[in-house]
Write a protein that binds this ligand. Structure first.
Ligand SMILES: *Cc1c(COP(=O)(O)O)cnc(C)c1O
Length: 386
């Protein structure tokens, strides 16, 4: 099959020419002074987008290596952990939490809904034994967000650790690691930042390091070890293993572009793209997946499909017939996702996604008003650009 004309997926996303150039720099030895300096600069730039003075660890591998490594490092056998579940990634965190030996507590809602700060507060009031709260800031498969701005501080004020999957959160929403008192945050390069999949971006508070060091079960001398990164690289300037040299070049290029554009401007661009996409989808007669508008994420719009339209069939046809790669719900439900993430957040990308989805559904026999949808989306886009 030919390559797609447009990749409008929920990560990895299309990257800019400048990011591609960053990925094709000379293959330096990892102890070359130039590479070491670039690694340190890149950590500082990640700290800027996280808005933190905490340590930054750049684990080499997709975000999952950071999520798993951090959680294994934090979970002390018998620890009481409250996990918030509103989607596939949150559910997966829970399997890890109990698998790694903690006592799992969960607040779970439908995958088209969000756990409220009030529910978290009430649970913590009733369960003073909770030592850590785990949550997913942006449930990418369902296109919903969790209110980290409220839940973070309420955990911090009670001295409870927070472990946050913000793989598609950072740059796709307002993000304040320090102001919200977040202990461990893990982001991915290949989502709203528009970088390559291959590096996990992690911030670690002093409190989190203290817990890891006191934890006999924390991985050491292991690919999953955060302590190795703290002691060897941050402490002694020695890498625990060879970093992914090319990915680091792409990551720094993507960070430079985000910082030059401005963090607030990048977030605003995602929000505007989401507004265009939602307006178009609804005017077309499609139903948004999320049950409430306040919980919609800005990086992806999930659209609910009727039972007789299989999301896999829709996605395959869009790719085959129109050369546009869309995403499915990764098990969240029968939905299809129009992503507006990284370089695809903005301008006509949403229009292409809407037109593709609309026509694909029409081809499969669903009554959709494609014209009205495109018209509505363009009206929002045009008003934004005035
Ligand atoms: C992309 C993503 C990850 C990384 O998981 P993959 O399955 O490797 O893509 C983790 N959490 C969230 C919320 C994500 O969006």
């Amino acid at each position: 099959m030919a390559l797609p004309d447009f990749t409008l997926s929920a990560g990895p996303v299309s990257v800019t020419a400048r990011t591609l150039a960053g990925l094709s720099q000379p293959m330096l030895y990892h102890y070359d002074p130039e590479f070491k300096a670039a690694f340190v600069r890149t950590q500082d730039k990640v700290a800027q987008i996280f808005k933190t003075t905490n340590d930054i660890v750049l684990m080499q591998g997709e975000a999952i290596v950071g999520l798993e490594g951090a959680l294994r490092s934090l979970i002390t056998p018998g620890m009481h952990v409250l996990n918030l579940v509103q989607g596939v990634f949150g559910k997966g965190t829970g399997y890890w939490v109990s698998g790694f030996g903690a006592v799992l507590h969960e607040i779970e809602v439908g995958y088209d809904d969000a756990v409220s700060p009030a529910a978290v507060e009430a649970y913590l009031d009733e369960h003073p034994e909770i030592q850590m709260v785990c949550l997913v800031a942006s449930e990418t498969p369902s296109g919903t967000v969790t209110d980290v701005a409220k839940i973070g501080p309420l955990c911090r004020d009670r001295g409870i650790l927070t472990y946050i999957d913000t793989v598609s959160g950072v740059l796709g929403m307002q993000w304040e690691t320090d102001e919200w008192g977040l202990d461990v945050c893990v982001a991915g390069a290949q989502k709203c930042l528009g970088g390559p999949p291959g590096v996990a971006l992690i911030s670690v508070s002093q409190k989190a390091w203290d817990v890891m060091y006191a934890n006999p079960a924390a991985p050491r001398d292991s690919y999953l070890s955060l302590i190795d990164w703290k002691e060897k690289w941050l402490g002694e300037g020695r890498f625990p293993y060879t970093p992914s040299v090319s990915d680091m070049g792409g990551l720094e290029a993507a960070l430079d572009q985000a910082l030059e554009e401005g963090i607030d401007a990048v977030v605003a661009r995602h929000e505007l793209a989401a507004e265009v996409t939602r307006a178009g989808a609804q005017a077309m007669g499609l139903e948004l997946w999320a049950v409430r508008e306040e919980i919609l994420s800005a990086c992806v719009t999930s659209i609910r499909l009727p039972d007789n339209f299989d999301n896999a069939v829709v996605r395959d046809l869009a790719r085959e017939r129109y050369g546009v790669m869309l995403s499915h719900g990764q098990g969240a439900g029968n939905l299809v996702r129009l992503s507006h993430m990284g370089p695809t957040a903005g301008g006509m990308h949403s229009i292409i996604g809407l037109a593709t989805l609309g026509r694909t559904l029409a081809d499969l026999g669903m009554p959709v008003n494609i014209g009205a949808g495109i018209e509505a989306a363009l009206s929002v886009l045009s008003a934004q650009r005035k």
